[in-house]
Design a protein around this ligand. Structure first.
Ligand SMILES: NC(=O)c1ccc[n+]([C@@H]2O[C@H](COP(=O)([O-])OP(=O)(O)OC[C@H]3O[C@@H](n4cnc5c(N)ncnc54)[C@H](OP(=O)(O)O)[C@@H]3O)[C@@H](O)[C@H]2O)c1
Length: 290
């Protein structure tokens, strides 16, 4: 029902996840309900979104209605690196809190949210040290079986290469902004060659009109009698990339899930590959971080 990728450690991860940034309360509950009903089995949250508990509570109430257990869904959360010397202590506290929020014995995937701490500047020369301490803390939490897979987000090639000096576990995932107008060819190929699942966030450019009204994709969408959103998601997965798409509309959650079965032709896939404008549509700019 929900097609999956295999991560480098053998763990299976659904190709399409429901994003939850800025989703809260009844909106979050309703869209999770609809998402489960149409087949989503993966949900993306983060400490920063302050909705882990709302997501956990919604799943606790809704999963039995679909005869599902909490282990039947894949949940990703993210933690910013910490500045200072007690990253392990703080991240352990975070992970324990996430386990409680989400009603789990373990977390499926935890990502370092960004290549620098929230309270550090992009050009702070200590960022590399903060990344190292936070990664080593995640490795420890993985060894303690609290987290099945660990990965990164908004990391550039340089940030991943730097990890080679100290890592004992390679990142399983790099989650970054990716869509037809921002194709990240070099980073994506690097991730694929290194068996790091490249996972797209903001695949719809957070509702960006230039992207969603792109005339080439409108024509392709018309051929398939669907929306440009569905075409974008199908194109991302066809390129062997994971994707996290957000909506607070139950109808759009249902529509977007059709992307997992939509088949683009080789020609359509190639035409979308030509649409790169090298233009990000959201504010996360990992490439600016030292
Ligand atoms: N790791 C990171 O740093 C990071 C950064 C950003 C995002 N993320 C994750 O990725 C998720 C997705 O990214 P995002 O929320 O930034 O943006 P997105 O998924 O690209 O776009 C969401 C926007 O698109 C609209 N939309 C959804 N389906 C649509 C459809 N079928 N037709 C037209 N519009 C549609 C939604 O409006 P409606 O709600 O009205 O449908 C919403 O405004 C986030 O929620 C979060 O989980 C991670």
């Amino acid at each position: 029902m929900a097609p999956k990728f295999e991560l480098r450690n053998g763990q299976k991860m659904p190709k399409l996840a429901l994003g939850t940034y800025l989703s809260h309360g009844q909106d979050l509950f309703n869209v999770v309900d609809k998402a489960l009903s149409v087949g989503y089995r993966s949900f993306d949250t983060a400490k920063y979104y302050e909705n882990e508990k709302e997501l956990g509570d919604a799943l606790k109430e809704l999963l039995p209605r679909y005869d599902l257990k909490i282990e039947d869904v894949f949940i990703t959360t993210k933690i910013f690196p910490y500045s200072g010397e007690n990253a392990l202590e703080l991240m352990t506290k975070d992970i324990n809190q996430s386990l409680e929020n989400l009603g789990r014995q373990y977390l499926d995937l935890v990502l370092i949210h960004y290549p620098r701490p929230l309270d550090s500047g992009d050009k702070d020369s200590r960022n590399a040290m903060y990344r190292k301490e936070s990664w080593l803390a995640l490795e420890k939490l993985h060894a303690d079986s609290k987290v099945l897979s660990i990965g990164v987000s908004n990391y550039e090639i340089c940030h991943i290469e730097e990890m080679r000096d100290y890592l004992t576990i390679d990142p399983a995932v790099n989650q970054v902004e990716y869509h037809p107008h921002f194709q990240r060819k070099e980073l994506r190929e690097y991730c694929q060659i290194n068996n790091i699942l490249f996972q797209a966030f903001s695949p719809l450019g957070r509702g960006n009109k230039t992207l969603l009204n792109d005339s080439t994709m409108v024509r392709i969408a018309n051929t398939h009698q669907t929306s440009v959103a569905v075409i974008i998601l199908a194109w991302i997965m066809r390129g062997k990339n994971g994707v996290v798409a957000k909506t607070t509309s139950g109808d759009r959650a249902g529509e977007n899930f059709k992307s997992v079965t939509l088949k683009l032709t080789d020609d359509e896939f190639a035409r979308i590959n030509e649409l790169d404008l090298a233009t990000p549509y959201v504010e996360d700019r990992g490439w600016e971080v030292l």
